[in-house]
Design a protein. Structure first.
Length: 272
C-alpha cells in the first residue's frame, strides 16, 4: 500500500487534487485509516491515476473523465469517446485560428496610415440584368458557398453564356443580422434564356441605385465597410432603400488567398 504522498510522487498528481478526486469519487483510496484519516492507495491504482492525468491533458472535464474511465474495458466505445473529443478540439482550434487572424488583421491596420484605412463610398447604378439565381435558408453566412455549389452542379451541362462583365452577387433577405438560418440568394448574370432547374431560377433583376464601397482583402472587413457606408449615407442626405448585396469581383472561386479577394458592398439608396 502507498501513502498519499508516495502515491502523489509516483502518479505525478498533487495531494490537493488526489483529495479532490477522492471527494468526487473519481479516484477513491484503497483504504482510509478510520482513526487518523490517512489515505492509502494500491499500486494498481497508479494505472487509473495515469489514465485520469492523460484524459485531463486531452481536455476532458472531471465529469467526462469519470465517464470515459468506464469505457476503457470497451475499446470500440473508448475510441468513439476519443474521436468525439478530437472533433471538439479540432473545432476549438479552428475558432482560435480565426481569432488569431482577426487579431493579426487589426494589428496590421494599426500599422497603416489612417487615410489608407478609409473606404471610398460612391453612388452608382447597377444596371438591369438577367441572372441565374439560387435562394435558400442556409445555416450561417459562412455557408454561402453551398449555394454556389448548387448553381455549378445544376447548370454544368447547360452551356450558359456568362454576362459581360460577369457579376456574381449575394443578396441578404433578413431584416437583421442572424447567427443561424439566414435567407440568402445568389445571382450570376447571364446572356440568353434557359429553363429553370430544381433550385436554379432564371429571372430579370431591375436596375438599382446603390451606395457602394469596394475593398480588397478578407471578409473580416465587412463590418468596417458597412460602418463607412452607413456614415456616408447619413452625412450626404441619402437613406437606405432596399436589400443590400455584395458583388464578388474576385472571390474564393478565383483565389484561395483572402488578401486577393475584391468585394463590393452595395446598399440601395434614395435621396431624402
Amino acid at each position: 500500500m502507498l501513502k498519499i504522498g508516495e502515491f502523489s510522487k509516483l502518479s505525478r498528481i498533487s495531494i490537493r487534487l488526489l483529495r479532490q478526486y477522492d471527494e468526487s469519487g473519481l479516484l477513491t483510496p484503497e483504504s482510509t485509516d478510520p482513526f487518523t484519516g490517512y489515505r492509502y492507495y494500491s499500486e494498481y491504482q497508479l494505472l487509473t491515476a495515469n489514465r485520469i492525468r492523460a484524459l485531463k491533458d486531452m481536455g476532458f472535464t472531471a465529469n467526462a473523465v469519470s465517464e470515459v474511465l468506464d469505457c476503457y474495458d470497451d475499446p470500440a466505445l473508448l475510441e468513439r469517446c476519443l474521436r468525439l473529443k478530437r472533433a471538439e478540439a479540432s473545432a476549438a482550434l479552428e475558432e482560435a485560428e480565426r481569432r488569431l487572424r482577426l487579431l493579426d488583421t487589426a494589428l496590421e491596420r494599426l500599422r497603416k496610415d489612417e487615410a489608407k484605412m478609409k473606404y471610398d463610398v460612391t453612388i452608382k447604378t447597377v444596371p438591369e440584368r438577367t441572372v441565374a439565381s439560387v435562394r435558400q435558408i442556409i445555416p450561417n453566412y459562412d455557408r454561402e458557398g453551398d449555394l454556389w455549389h448548387i448553381y455549378c452542379q445544376e447548370t454544368a451541362r447547360m452551356n450558359i453564356q456568362d454576362g459581360d462583365p460577369v457579376l456574381c452577387t449575394a443578396m441578404y433577405y433578413d431584416g437583421e443580422f442572424k447567427d443561424q438560418d439566414v435567407d440568402v440568394e445568389i445571382h450570376k448574370n447571364v446572356v440568353g434564356t434557359y429553363p429553370d432547374t430544381e433550385h436554379v431560377k432564371f429571372k430579370t433583376v431591375p436596375a438599382v441605385q446603390v451606395a457602394s464601397a469596394t475593398f480588397r482583402g478578407s471578409y473580416d472587413q465587412i463590418g468596417e465597410v458597412n460602418q463607412a457606408v452607413a456614415a456616408w449615407v447619413r452625412e450626404n442626405g441619402w437613406e437606405f432603400d432596399g436589400l443590400f448585396f455584395n458583388i464578388y469581383h474576385i472571390s474564393p472561386h478565383e483565389t484561395r488567398n483572402p488578401d486577393e479577394f475584391l468585394t463590393e458592398v452595395c446598399y440601395p439608396v434614395r435621396r431624402k
